[in-house]
Design a protein around this ligand. Sequence first.
Ligand code: TMP
Length: 386
Amino acid sequence: MFTLGDQPLANAFLTPEQIDEPEPRYPLVVRECADCGIIQLKHVINAASMFSDYAFVTGISQGMTAHFAELMRENIDWHVPPGGLVVEIGSNDGTALASIASHDVRRLGIDPAVNLSDIARSRGVPAVAQFFTETLAEQVVAIHGQASLIVACNVLGHIDDLDDVLRGVRHLLSPKGAFVIEVPCANWLISRTEYDTIYHEHLSYFAVKPLSALVARHGLKITRVESQEVHGGSIRVTVQHGIGHTHAVVPWFQGDSIPRDWVAFRQRCEDTREHLVGWLTRARDDGRTVFGYGASAKATVRLNYCGVSTDLMPSIVDSTPGKQGRFVPGTRQSIHDPSVIDTLRPSDVLILAWNHNLEIRPKLAQYVASGGRVASLTTTGRLNHA
Ligand code: TMP
């Protein structure tokens, strides 16, 4: 068991009216199943309160947009006949489905966030603003027929009733179709000290072995696994109808059978906390001002776990319009458009959205050229001042 203490909801960015109100906090505790190795939250928060109006917009990141476009194109080539149906579970603002507008396929996005499904539709992507369930899958099949490709990226971890979703997938997936899942891999979460990927929205943290056990309960099997660098280390897993699993999956099972050292993980989390707070405290004491870059859910978790108050980091910049003018849950940093870096000229910028380092760094070139200093969190949780 590992605990991050009582934490606010990581994406519940506060409006100016809300910052004087008491903020609910919920225990953030994970535990590991001794049987299959899945890691899950001990306390589950009501899904509707987290997902019906969602702050994260996929299309903000060009890197992720390109990543999902490649996933879609590749899997359409492999699995979808002309005119076939492609369904995305957790379609967010329709970014991935929009990338295949010119393909000869039918598209359907499913996402409970009303605000994001509206955006998807405005981009020409058919979208249903509902949770994906077995019942919804039956309705989709009745209207559109079965799907040749079902994609679920960074969404399975959000789902409480995984068996209901898998029953739905089994029903919706055509006999030779593919269900492609992408999730951050729990093994890298532990080995790279990515504790900030643990938050209330993420109920489950997967590796290949627990995923295999899950899909096997529904007459499905893993036919392919690939590692991907996104989100601190992810796995892209292809699931099809059938029993057992293909030979290529076996080495992954061996890796997943190594016992996890939670004591060492906790120690590394505490070390990185001391390292970050020590650096921010020295910066403040030297009269420097540090702004954060990227008001991601990860940033909320890290700032709260490390107790980074506004005197250590007053503000964060983020290009998501819906986050600007709001405040970080718990630690209350104000969130601004990135252009304030050039107007307010903080002495240092710390990239909190470390999974987007490569995309964010070039945006700070001008600031660095005029004397600004940039540090980023690395995947080990240490700071990189290069
Ligand atoms: P994520 O870690 O959940 O993907 O969130 C990343 C956050 O960083 C999201 O709020 C958008 C923000 N961001 C920027 O502000 N500028 C950028 O260039 C990128 C890539 C992300």
